[in-house]
Design a protein around this ligand. Structure first.
Ligand code: GAP
Length: 439
């Protein structure tokens, strides 16, 4: 097991680039620091993280439905939500070197962390984090629109639409996965803080008197989700906010935190948002956003429990948690011990040699497995090196087709973690793998 030290960060960043998980955006133009592109492996890992979230939050429940709201929205939404007035960070500039920093993140509030100069920082100014653009050809204030800084507001402004069409009643939730945009003053730590990122958020609408119970429920359920997917218990914690950290509308917030190489940091926030958002949008839009119980005749504005996670940040945390190095035969083996559900490829099909007689059965094996699982195929280099390549990207199983296959119609299945190998008949291979891999 690799210690959670600074080298882990560099190793994971290097592996991400070298093996095609994450690339710096616009790299051929010198790179665009605040955005990243997900390569062939990264896109699979990220998809798997999002799919597992959707499965647990929507598919396996009867009380949560999905939504895919627009990314662009008019100022009225952000006026009502409070983002136009309050979604800002205090920013200071260095008069000496011109660097810009978040005041609340400075170790020494009097010195510039870039050039070290003392007394060079300006007074703090509030900097709104929303990206503004214009809809249509006219660059004028009437055409101003915003890129959403969170997916959550899409759920609040569609509350009545979903309530009226889904036949749900509180307690019920609306879940959404999608891109959000924040003009962060200091993006950094690889994909941890970027200006374009993906969120996985759910707004759970409950009768007001049940809100505390549901808040506790979601804190527990969300922790279990990470643990079930293989996050080590000692690298995950739930931290309840102190009263002075709470937003003015929240009666309780807890963060799921991961032990990153730089310390504990947030993966997800679970907040009791009370009836703040629905009331604000109801007042601003003039639309009633409440629940009317036809049986009791009761009307009320539901309270909201919100588990809000970052998909991109969480994918990186899973990579860091899975990264391992171990000594094997005087050599260091790098292995990503990703949960099978998260691994980009589930199986790698590897003909022992490029000889044509092995390619035909290899294609047959690939054709059998591909309808069920994401597979890689690799016929170059020595088999030992190919196993190592698959270990390094977390592929749980390698299937090798050798010359004996031509005689016995069997293949060798190698396990990523134990490195044990077993001989399995081609005709029983799909069943064999089905007992070991997610459907
Ligand atoms: N609707 C509530 C909300 O958006 P948040 O704590 O600001 O809450 C939720 O964001 C999650 O989104 C965070 O816990 C984090 O995982 C992710 N996130 C927020 N800003 C991010 C950024 N600049 N880059 C990457 N992920 C980010």
């Amino acid at each position: 097991m690799l210690p959670n030290d600074e080298t882990l960060f560099d190793k994971v960043v290097n592996l991400s680039k070298r093996r095609g998980f994450v690339f710096q955006s616009a790299e051929i133009y010198g790179g665009f620091r605040s955005a990243y592109d997900y390569g062939p492996l990264g896109v699979l890992l990220l998809r798997n993280v999002k799919e597992q979230w959707w499965r647990s939050m929507v598919q396996l429940r009867h009380d949560v439905v999905g939504l895919d709201a627009s990314i662009l929205s008019p100022p009225a939404v952000w006026q009502a939500s409070g983002h136009l007035a309050n979604f800002s960070d205090p920013m200071v500039d260095c008069r000496e070197c011109g660097a810009r920093h978040r005041q609340d993140k400075l170790d020494d509030p009097n010195a510039c962390p870039s050039c070290g100069k003392s007394g060079s920082l300006t007074e703090a100014r509030e900097f709104n984090l929303m990206f503004k653009t214009h809809a249509g050809p006219m660059v004028e204030s009437a055409a101003e629109v915003y890129l959403r800084p969170e997916t959550a507001q899409g759920m609040f402004i569609n509350f009545a639409n979903v309530l009226n069409t889904s036949r749900k009643k509180p307690p019920f939730g609306i879940a959404q996965i999608g891109k959000s945009f924040r003009n962060e003053i200091t993006p950094g730590n690889f994909v941890f803080r970027t200006r374009e990122f993906e969120q996985m958020e759910m707004e759970f609408f409950v009768p007001p008197e049940d809100s505390d119970e549901w808040y506790r429920y979601w804190c527990g359920a969300r922790m279990d989700w990470y643990l079930d997917l293989g996050m080590p218990e000692d690298r995950l914690r739930l931290r309840e906010h102190d009263a002075d950290e709470l937003s003015h509308y929240s009666t309780g917030t807890s963060d799921v935190e991961f032990a990153f190489p730089w310390g504990w940091d947030e993966l997800e926030g679970i907040a009791n948002r009370t009836d703040f958002d629905l009331k604000r949008h109801a007042e601003s839009s003039g639309t009633k956003l409440e629940y009317h119980d036809p049986a009791s005749g009761e009307r009320y504005v539901p309270h909201v429990i919100e588990p809000a996670a970052g998909a991109t940040r969480t994918a990186m945390a899973f990579l860091m948690a899975a990264y391992d190095e171990e000594e094997v035969n005087d050599d260091v083996r790098t292995v990503l011990r990703l949960d099978h559900r998260l691994a980009p490829y589930k199986v790698a099909v590897l003909p022992l040699s490029k000889k044509p007689e092995l390619i035909e059965p290899s294609n047959e094996v690939l054709g059998l497995l591909q309808p069920h699982w994401m597979c890689d195929y690799d016929q170059t280099q020595a088999i030992g090196r190919r196993y190592r390549r698959q270990d390094e990207i977390g592929t749980p199983y390698c299937v090798t087709i050798d010359f004996d296959t031509l005689e016995d119609r069997a293949v060798t299945v190698r396990d990523r973690d134990s490195m044990t190998q077993e001989r399995v008949p081609i005709d029983g291979l799909v069943d064999h793998m089905a007992g070991r891999l997610p459907a």
